[in-house]
Design a protein around this ligand. Structure first.
Ligand SMILES: Cc1cc2nc3c(=O)[nH]c(=O)nc-3n(C[C@H](O)[C@H](O)[C@H](O)COP(=O)(O)OP(=O)(O)OC[C@H]3O[C@@H](n4cnc5c(N)ncnc54)[C@H](O)[C@@H]3O)c2cc1C
Length: 478
């Protein structure tokens, strides 16, 4: 039994949905594209699972959050795929891949062959067992990666009203789940080994803001230790979490968010891997020219950093999906993927966005005792990253633009004084003088991603030039 398609997307998550929309926009023919997913539903916006999906009232449910609503694009229901002649093979895993023969073998025994394969297999949640702790298959221990996990989590939440939960892990999933549990009136204790939450991205100062807010909502933090074992009742339910520091926390439920591992298994030994993912070039093409990779599973060159990175964020899944379709269908018209890393989260009434890289010196701005504040990262004399909590649309756009431009920063004190105003000014100021003070290479304007970048780029170059000229006269602080 077998079928053949021109394009096959392996995996039916965020990246697959956005790639499907782009294929249709670029005129894919009826019957040319197939998506294979082991999930039983059409691609959806995964971030909704830890946010709207967990609300106690008016919770988000499919079909409301199928891709591509997260980017204000069309919502692709199963009907949409059918109408566009896209074969959706759902609830079906791929158990082996042969990149030389260009075939995939599914769990139903079907061989599906392709001309072009896009690997969009995402990642799986790491299990406690991988860290030597057993018992995570207990009915009141939850992970959160897919819709089945989310349904299970909702059931467990509903089974222990006003109960006690331990959230293991202080990253994205831990933080967002903790907030959702609190909204569901569950008492939450967060346990993680780092000194503060969101340790990969936040500085201590930024983390402190969120931890204080969480505490004000009743969340307890146990930091600098890890769990060592569970206690169970006679039904196999977890009743307590034992920590390595010797303490014990009584629980009705546990949520585990300790990281993810990219689903590369099918391609180990067949494709070059890097940073835990499938290594691709600027066209998102792997070491086999017929195989491309996008989303969480792809390790791609991030031009702004001059190195290969693998990102675990929805925006990179969406944008890499869009780019790979152009790279495959219009290779002569498509340049290299030039992506500015963008992460965001929404927790309680808080909302933050981050662009770029969190290396170098950190300059804080705004009111950290209020509702809006942020930070810039300055490395080797250039602004390379920007964070903002509580901004409006224009302000978030401003920090995105300024980060993409990587302007030279001569005076950190002045940057701190101007704060968010610096990003806003740089991104809005009309042309004031020729861009003679700033090297083009500093501005990364050679290949703008979108048309507005090109236009804005010219304007911003001049603005930065004016800024650089004015502040360049001040003494460098490093
Ligand atoms: C609960 C949650 C909340 C999140 N919130 C945010 C957020 O607020 N902001 C943010 O930036 N990012 C967030 N993320 C991360 C974001 O969702 C991911 O970066 C994004 O989903 C990656 O898209 P992807 O298509 O690469 O992988 P996925 O969306 O994970 O899709 C991969 C798909 O491939 C399928 N698959 C894997 N292996 C096989 C196989 N062998 N055969 C068939 N199918 C297979 C999987 O079942 C899945 O359907 C969140 C993630 C989760 C889990």
């Amino acid at each position: 039994m077998g079928r053949a398609f021109v394009y096959v997307i392996l995996g039916g998550g965020v990246a697959a949905g956005y790639a499907a929309l782009e294929f249709v926009k670029k005129g894919v023919s009826y019957g040319e594209l197939c998506i294979i997913s082991d999930e039983p539903v059409a691609p959806y916006e995964r971030p909704a699972l830890s946010k709207g999906f967990l609300l106690p009232e008016a919770a988000a449910r499919l079909p409301s959050f199928h891709t591509c609503v997260g980017a204000n694009e069309e919502r692709l229901t199963p009907k949409w795929y059918k109408e566009h002649g896209i074969e959706l093979v759902l609830g079906t895993g791929v158990k082996s891949a042969d990149v030389k023969r260009k075939t995939l073998l599914t769990t139903t025994g079907e061989t599906i062959s392709y001309k072009f394969l896009i690997v969009a297999t995402g990642a799986r949640a790491l299990k406690l067992e991988e860290f030597g702790v057993s018992g995570s298959d207990a009915e009141n221990v939850c992970y959160l990666r897919d819709i089945a996990d989310a349904n299970r989590l909702v059931n467990v939440i509903q089974s222990c009203p006003e109960g006690n939960a331990v959230v293991i892990g202080g990253g994205y999933i831990g933080m967002e789940c903790a907030a959702s549990l609190v909204i569901n009136k569950i008492n939450v204790t967060m346990v993680f080994p780092e000194e503060h939450c969101m340790a990969r991205l936040f500085t201590t100062k930024i983390a402190n803001y969120y931890e204080e807010y969480y505490k004000s909502r009743g969340v307890n933090f146990v930091k600098g230790t890890v769990m060592s074992s569970f206690d169970f009742d006679s039904n196999g339910k977890v009743t307590a979490v034992n920590l390595r520091d010797g303490s014990t926390l009584s629980v009705e439920m546990v949520v585990v968010g300790i990281g993810i591992r990219p689903n590369t298994g099918l391609f180990e030994g067949q494709l070059t891997l890097e940073k835990g993912g499938i290594k691709v070039n600027g066209m998102l093409q792997s070491s086999n020219s017929s195989v491309y990779a996008i989303g969480d599973v792809a390790a791609f060159p991030v031009k702004a950093f001059g190195e290969t990175r693998r990102l675990e964020h929805v925006d990179s899944a969406r944008k890499s999906a869009k780019h790979v379709v152009a790279a495959i269908m219009e290779p002569d018209k498509t340049g290299e993927f030039d992506y500015l890393p963008f992460f965001y989260s929404r927790i309680f009434t808080l909302s933050w966005q981050f662009y770029g890289d969190n290396v170098g010196e950190v300059i804080y701005y705004g009111d950290m005792s209020g509702s809006a504040f942020g930070a810039y990262w300055v490395s080797k004399g250039h602004l390379v990253g920007a964070f903002l909590e509580g901004g409006n649309r224009e302000e978030y756009e401003a920090i995105a633009k300024v980060t993409r431009l990587r302007p030279a920063i001569e005076d950190l004190t002045e940057l701190e004084r101007q704060g968010l105003g610096y990003a806003v000014t740089v991104s809005q100021k009309p042309v004031a003088s020729p861009a003679v003070e700033v090297r083009a290479s500093d501005l990364l304007l050679e290949k703008p991603l979108y048309a507005w970048h090109a236009t804005a780029g010219v304007i911003i170059a001049a603005s930065i030039a004016a800024f650089a000229y004015f502040y360049g006269k001040k003494r460098r602080r490093w």
